[in-house]
Design a protein around this ligand. Structure first.
Ligand code: BGC
Length: 370
């Protein structure tokens, strides 16, 4: 036992020496060993993206290719396949390590299943940056770049209340809750953010969750798949909203699921309730403008990709990136991952045109629906 420990320390010390001496430019010392990584201009940066379950992931490839090229790097962007997603992503990341990509940016399909691969990256001195979704249960993630996920949830919870109040000035309001996929570290954070706003209103009787399903494990949506949310909503309507029981609002964690929920309500012949969302998907903007979906969240994918590329650039200069330690958002079960946190924006039809002014596609959709 003791001997193993000593060997371990010696290996760690060696690794630090090797990393420092090959960069030659190491300064500062953030404590993250990758601060001293060698990322020469022109080198290849790996970007491992999950399956394309929502539009943000579709947009991410071009966003990374553009910002990496502008920063003087080559991009190696790969999506996990729609099936065998986890194993596919595992082998893609191993491949990036073997090929010698100089930094690896990961948006995990399942943040708890990449421990072996990031350990491999760490052993090879390759910095690992979790992007949008954190990696859990591992010390071998150096940085995390994302929007403030707890804040996303708070905005969704508040929007649900505001939307219902605008329609009917006082409660009690009948609501149902949905959360994202349990294998995505973001999903419980979004949900906890929303519940920080909604739970006090459930406790004081303003909100009534008619199904009684309020726990993350009861309301989560495996794989973030629209079909799963639509089926659950149909079942809830059948079980708890027969006859004249009104459904006033639904907490939906993103736009894809929001549209599925709306579809289920329409199929059941009920009036569409206040439904929240996230991602500013092009298919949801017209629904927001015509009042079918109440709100979404704007998380500009270009800005988020740029923030990760800026971090790589900082590391390539041997400098220490500016990060925050935010336990509530970024604790991964082993450590609070140093993070670059961006600010999400709540969108309703009132502010859509203004807030989308930096995005011609979304701005045009918002204007068209005015
Ligand atoms: C992202 C959301 C997205 C969801 C489903 C989350 O990790 O932060 O923007 O809607 O995954 O793909």
């Amino acid at each position: 036992m003791k001997k193993q420990l000593i060997v371990g320390v010696a290996v760690a010390a060696l690794t630090v020496v090797t990393l420092t001496s090959c960069s030659g430019t190491a300064r500062g010392g953030s404590g993250a060993s990758s601060g001293a990584a060698a990322i020469p201009k022109g080198s290849t940066i790996g970007v491992a993206l999950p399956a394309k379950t929502s539009q943000n992931w579709v947009l991410a490839k071009a966003a990374f290719e553009k910002s990496l090229a502008a920063a003087g790097f080559k991009a190696d962007v790969q999506y996990a396949a729609a099936s065998n997603t986890v194993t596919d992503q595992q082998s893609q990341i191993s491949g990036m390590v073997t090929k010698g990509d100089k930094a690896i940016i990961i948006a995990a399909q399942d943040g708890s299943q990449l421990g072996t691969q990031v350990k491999q990256a760490k052993a090879a001195g390759i910095p690992v940056i979790a992007w949008d979704r954190n990696l859990t249960g591992t010390a071998n993630v150096d940085y995390y770049v994302a929007f403030n996920n707890f804040k996303v949830g708070e905005l969704q919870g508040q929007a649900l209340l505001d939307g219902m109040k605008a329609k009917k000035s006082s409660g009690p309001y009948n609501v149902e809750l949905f959360a994202g996929s349990p294998d995505d570290a973001n999903a419980p954070v979004f949900f906890n953010g929303a519940m920080s706003i909604l739970q006090p209103k459930i406790d004081d009787g303003t909100l009534k969750v008619v199904s009684g399903q309020t726990k993350f494990t009861q309301v989560s949506t495996q794989g973030w798949l629209a079909q799963n949310a639509q089926t659950r909503m149909s079942n809830l309507l059948q079980a708890s909203y027969s006859g004249s029981t009104a459904l006033d609002g639904v907490l939906s964690p993103n736009d894809t699921l929001g549209r599925a929920i709306i579809q289920a309500v329409k199929s059941a012949g009920k009036p569409v309730p206040i439904v929240t969302g996230q991602d500013s998907e092009t298919a949801s903007i017209p629904l927001i403008m015509d009042g079918t979906q109440y709100s979404t969240i704007y998380k500009n994918t270009d800005v988020e990709a740029q923030a990760a590329v800026d971090l790589v650039t900082t590391l390539s200069k041997g400098q220490t990136p500016k990060t925050v330690l935010d336990k509530k958002n970024n604790y991964n079960g082993v450590k609070t991952v140093p993070a670059v946190e961006l600010t999400p924006i709540l969108i309703t039809k009132e502010n859509a045109v203004k807030e989308y002014a930096n995005n011609p596609t979304l701005e045009a959709l918002a204007k068209a629906g005015q």
